[in-house]
Design a binder for this molecule. Structure first.
Ligand code: NAD
Length: 488
């Protein structure tokens, strides 16, 4: 670590971070920049360059020409060291995430911890041998041979594109499995929160990563995004973001692999036997943590008629108690959403839902990018406030009668990422696990519950079924080679 706080080192005397691209570790500055503002107070936090097409092409060419030769031990050590560095600077990175995204300190501290988890899981998975062995004398026409498998890194470069909602953890979920499998990656973070991505890249270089294995390109997606999809050296695009851009990538990509982690519209289903205190706590945590900006956040609360009034009272009480405000204040549980434009959109969509017959029980108040936690009751399942992802802290309650109704309503949107169910009845549990068309079903948990290691991802419009999570991403990022040997 050389005793240098890299986080502070890039700050200029005026406190601004005037950042550079990282092309194979080299810092490249450009005259044209993107300004990054603090969504809470409007302060300028820093600037990042607008990369040129030439910058992007050079990053891919360098990566393609480089052959990564790190041993499993070396990969594991780099990832472990990076986790230690990040842990030792938790406050600084959490402050940076809060400044550029408006996420409150409680959320950004949690995020830094998750980044460390991703690194630690990557470090341990790098050590796990992934080969399989098949005897060939299994059938009458078998032979005395054995088939072995190994997983090789891609010949071409992985192109990664990340969204704004977890400024550092989304990036960790791309680069860590890439390092663990000896791949080379060029990453474009969200232009709304590029500073945390650059900070993570610096930590990895500092931990000993050969810089050719990781470049970070910032810029205007209208200028450079296509190059990240169709550059001749791209072997796989790993994209996390909204459905529209995911489908655009699918239409452009041609004969290349892709992993798409797209939007969600997660239901939390509350059955009549549920512990309503637990269910309402899960509802508020699932709806408001990370300012409701999680692909797995609770977007619809489906409550069985006979307990709905009691549940809604608890939900409103707990929503009132959810403290939102200045993201830098440690007692605050929710900061801003990503920008004022997003907050205005939520305000309008909720107001429209009310005109369409939903009842506003709390919230829908806005001050700049600060948007209050909001509860809507008696929402019809066909209102657009629940059929289309609303990427913010809104809890729309839909009442239903039978378990079949719950499954039908839950499955009625184009999304299929995750879901949560509050019940203790085994017959309900098995019905939901079988019947819900989502990548994840969590019983008595928020839909977003996961380990950074475990398989994660959606179906339908939420993704093509290829998963992330460190272990699955390592599979996506490799080619299986089989080789066979005579065996006497
Ligand atoms: P977004 O789709 O607007 O942007 C995502 C990324 O795509 C950004 O880096 C953006 O610059 C880039 N981009 C823009 N135009 C592009 C183009 N033409 N080609 C390629 N890339 C382009 O998403 P967002 O607003 O940053 O994030 C919110 C969305 O992400 C929500 O829909 C949320 O559900 C989804 N999300 C999904 C997951 C998941 O794992 N399934 C996780 C987090 C967020």
């Amino acid at each position: 670590m050389k005793g240098v706080d890299m986080n502070v080192a890039v700050e200029q005397a005026d406190g601004l971070r005037r950042e550079a691209l990282r092309i194979a570790g080299e810092k490249i500055y450009r005259d044209r920049v993107i300004e990054v503002f603090n969504p809470y107070n409007g302060d300028l936090v820093g600037t990042v360059p607008k990369a040129t097409l030439e910058d992007v092409r050079r990053a891919f060419a360098i990566a393609r020409a480089y052959k990564a030769t790190l041993t499993r031990y070396e990969r594991s050590e780099i990832l472990k060291r990076a986790a230690e560095i990040i842990r030792s600077r938790t406050e600084a990175y959490s402050d940076l995430i809060t400044a550029e995204s408006g996420l409150c300190k409680q959320d950004s501290l949690y995020e830094v911890g998750r980044v460390c988890d991703v690194l630690v899981f990557g470090a341990s998975q790098a050590l796990v041998d992934d080969g399989e062995i098949f005897s060939c004398d299994l059938t009458p026409h078998g032979k005395k041979r054995r088939v072995y498998t190994q997983r090789d890194p891609l010949l071409d470069v992985i192109s990664a594109i990340t969204p704004f909602n977890h400024p550092m953890n989304q990036v960790a979920h791309k680069i860590v499995p890439a390092i663990a499998t000896n791949n080379r990656m060029v990453l474009k973070p969200s232009e709304k929160v590029p500073l945390s991505a650059l900070a993570l890249a610096d930590v990895l270089y500092e931990a000993g990563l050969p810089p050719e294995m990781f470049s970070v390109i910032t810029g205007d997606p209208r200028e450079i995004a296509d190059e990240l999809i169709v550059n001749e050296h791209v072997g796989l695009v790993s994209f996390t973001g909204g459905v529209a851009i995911g489908k655009y990538i699918a239409s452009k990509i041609g004969y290349r692999r892709m992993v798409l982690e797209l939007g969600g519209n997660a239901p939390l289903i509350v059955m009549e036997d549920a512990d309503l205190d637990e269910a309402s706590s899960l509802a508020v945590a699932g709806s408001y943590k990370n300012s409701g900006q999680r692909c797995t956040a609770v977007k619809r609360i489906l409550v069985q008629d006979s307990v709905a009034d009691r549940f809604v009272d608890m939900l409103v009480d707990k929503t009132r108690a959810w403290r939102h405000g200045d993201p830098a204040d440690r007692s605050v549980q929710m900061g801003t959403v990503i920008d004022e434009h997003a907050a205005r959109t939520f305000e309008e969509r909720v107001a429209r839902a009310v005109k369409q017959g939903a009842r506003l029980l709390h919230g829908n108040e806005r001050d700049g990018a600060l948007y209050s936690p909001t509860v809507l009751d008696h929402v019809r399942p066909d209102l657009d406030v629940v059929t289309e992802e609303l990427f913010g802290p809104v809890s729309p309650v839909i009442r239903f009668g039978t378990v079949e109704d719950a499954i039908r309503i839950a499955n009625s949107t184009p999304y299929g990422l995750s879901s949560g169910v509050c019940t203790n009845r085994l017959d309900y549990i098995t019905r939901f696990v079988e019947g819900l068309h989502t990548g994840t079903v969590n019983i008595r948990e928020v839909p977003g519950y996961r380990l950074e290691l475990t398989p994660f991802g959606g179906i339908k419009d939420s993704g093509l079924g290829y998963k992330e999570g460190v272990q699955e991403a390592m599979k996506s990022f490799t080619n299986i080679k089989t080789y066979s040997l005579p065996w006497t």
